[in-house]
Every structure is written in structure tokens, then in C-alpha cells.
Design a protein around this ligand. Structure first.
Ligand code: NAD
Length: 290
């Protein structure tokens, strides 16, 4: 397949390299001039997409996605498929898909989970929205870049699944961290806390697979001075997207709202920027009720 890959950043570069390594012809473009192994860089975004069967975007946010869509959709070959793997707001995902379909193209929104490790290792999970026909075109590429792809529904359904999952993740991480901080103050040993909770009804992915306490549970960013991993500012981005979606859908999400406010405070007013999102534990550890 002839593939164009727009946005060769921390995630996009290894994803594009995996497609090239699997034998696809990949042309890349990034405004920062970054490149990826096995990928031929184009001089302009229009040149990158002109002969592509599939155009994949992996960009920072919905505003940039909309701007790139305005450039690439008129330059794409008739019948080609636009696959956006960025995490963006549901409204932007739906608007870009509608714009592509109006131009005679197919579109899939397919945000990922699995982070840079999953991008490098080809073990991402894709959650996709769009028609069955468009999903069928993209599915073999998801199989190369990831280990699982779920077709969640129509346009925007992939982004909806992603932000709902990450709202649970943010809320659960905060709950796990504040419980550890309370256990500390009650004189409970952290290992004992882990042994009980990881096998009791308080268990979760954040406790069992990504424990925020150093030296306890499986190896996680807590064991590497809270270097990300999944950075607190990326969690904040996803929590903000969940609140933007909740507002536009008139959904009551008080825990998600609180998690967004706490990560905002951590990233913008405390020392959370550049730290893993599990560094909420040392944050709570330092604090008192006031
Ligand atoms: P990044 O900032 O490393 O990469 C984004 C790239 O897009 C940059 O190289 C930038 O130069 C390029 N870009 C910006 N504007 C452009 C334009 N107009 N045309 C072409 N290229 C342009 O970000 P990332 O970590 O690779 O994340 C990409 C997306 O994946 C984000 O939406 C993020 O939320 C999502 N995501 C990231 C992770 C992660 O762990 N990093 C995990 C899951 C999802």
C-alpha cells in the first residue's frame, strides 16, 4: 500500500517506521522536519498525500488536525482513506470525517492507547470510529502498528471510547494515590497496602499494573523517579477533552471534573509538568487537608 504519514513525533515516527518495515511504501511529512526509519520525507504535505491509498495523521490536537485536514483533503486521491490516530475532541473528529466524506474520501478516527512503548513495539490498541468499509481498509495497518483494534461505531466513536477510558484512568489514579497517602498517615506499610488492595475490591489497573508507590508491585514509572511513562500533561489533555465532551453532551461527570481540576493544578501550579501522571502520590504525600 502507498501510505502518507503526517506528524512524525514521539508516537508517529515509530508507527510510520513499523509500516515501512512491514513492506509498505511510506511517505512522511512533519512541520518540524522529523523523519522515521524507512520513510521518505516529502517537501510539502500535499506532495506526501497525493498518491496515497491511506493518509495517517498523528498530531497534537484537534485544531491542528482541522488545519491539516484543510490542506490534505483537497490533495488526496479519489477514494483514498484518511485515518486520524491523534487524540482529539469528538467534534473535531466528526467534522474532519464529514469533510473527507463530502470530498469522496473515506475516514476513520482511531486514537490509540499504549504510549510510546506500544508505538515502538507495534503493540498499540486502536479504538476506531467510521464506516465498516473504511475500517476494513485501515484494519491491516492497525494489525501492523498494534495488537488490537476495536471498531467502536460511527465517526467520533473511537475518540469517545478513548476519552471515557482515560477519564476512568485519571480518576482511578487519583483515588489510588490519595489512598496510599492516607495509608501512610495511618502507619500502614505500603507493601501491605498493595498486598491487600491488589487482591481486594479496590484493585485496578493503576494499583495492580502501574502501582504509583516506588518499590511496590510491578516495575512502573514510580521506580524510575516518576519519569514518564504517561506524562501528567497528557493526562490533563485527555481529562480536558472528556470535560469538553461532557459539556457538549450534557453529561454529569463530577469525578472527571474533579480529576481534570486536580491534574490542572498539578501541571500548571505545582511541579507536575514533565512528571509521570502517577506522581500524584508524592504530591498527596506532601500535603495536609488544608
Ligand atoms: P508529538 O508532539 O511528539 O508529535 C506531534 C508531531 O506533529 C510533532 O512532531 C509536530 O512537529 C507535528 N506537527 C504539528 N503540527 C503539524 C502540522 N501542521 N503538519 C505536520 N506535522 C505537524 O506528540 P505525540 O506524543 O507523538 O502524540 C501525538 C498524538 O498521540 C497526540 O494527539 C497525543 O495525545 C496522542 N497520544 C500520545 C501518547 C503518548 O504517550 N505520547 C499516547 C496515546 C496517544
Amino acid at each position: 500500500m502507498q501510505i502518507a504519514f503526517i506528524g512524525l513525533g514521539n508516537m508517529g515516527a515509530p508507527m510510520a517506521a513499523n509500516l515501512a518495515a512491514a513492506g509498505h511504501s511510506v511517505t512522511g511529512f512533519d512541520t518540524a522536519g522529523t523523519t522515521a526509519t524507512g520513510v521518505t520525507n516529502a517537501a510539502t504535505v500535499q506532495e506526501a498525500v497525493a498518491n496515497a491509498d491511506v493518509v495517517i495523521t498523528m498530531l497534537p490536537n484537534g485544531q491542528i488536525l482541522r488545519a491539516v485536514a484543510d490542506q490534505v483533503i483537497p490533495a488526496m486521491a479519489p477514494g483514498a482513506t484518511l485515518v486520524d490516530c491523534s487524540t482529539v475532541d469528538v467534534d473535531s473528529a466528526r467534522a474532519v470525517a464529514a469533510q473527507a466524506e463530502a470530498a469522496g474520501l473515506m475516514a476513520v478516527d482511531a486514537p490509540v492507547s499504549g504510549g510510546t512503548g506500544g508505538a515502538v513495539g507495534g503493540t498499540l490498541t486502536f479504538m476506531a470510529g467510521g464506516s465498516a468499509k473504511a475500517f476494513a481498509v485501515a484494519a491491516p495497518l492497525f494489525d501492523i502498528m498494534g495488537q488490537k483494534a476495536v471498531h467502536c461505531g460511527d465517526s467520533g466513536a473511537g475518540q469517545a471510547a478513548k476519552i471515557c477510558n482515560n477519564m476512568i484512568l485519571g480518576v482511578t489514579m487519583i483515588a489510588t494515590c490519595e489512598a496510599f497517602a492516607l495509608a501512610d498517615k495511618l502507619g500502614l506499610d505500603r507493601q501491605k497496602m498493595f498486598d491487600v488492595v491488589s487482591t481486594s475490591s479496590g484493585y485496578s489497573w493503576t494499583m495492580n499494573a502501574y502501582c504509583p508507590a516506588p518499590g511496590v508491585g510491578p516495575t512502573s514509572p514510580a521506580d524510575n523517579e516518576y519519569k514518564p511513562g504517561f506524562a501528567a500533561e497528557l493526562m490533563l489533555k485527555d481529562l480536558r477533552l472528556s470535560q469538553q465532551a461532557a459539556l457538549s453532551a450534557d453529561a454529569d461527570t463530577p469525578m472527571g471534573q474533579m480529576a481534570a481540576a486536580l491534574y490542572e493544578q498539578f501541571v500548571e501550579n505545582e511541579d507536575g509538568k514533565g512528571m509521570d501522571f502517577s506522581a500524584m502520590l508524592p504530591r498527596f504525600q506532601k500535603r495536609t487537608r488544608n
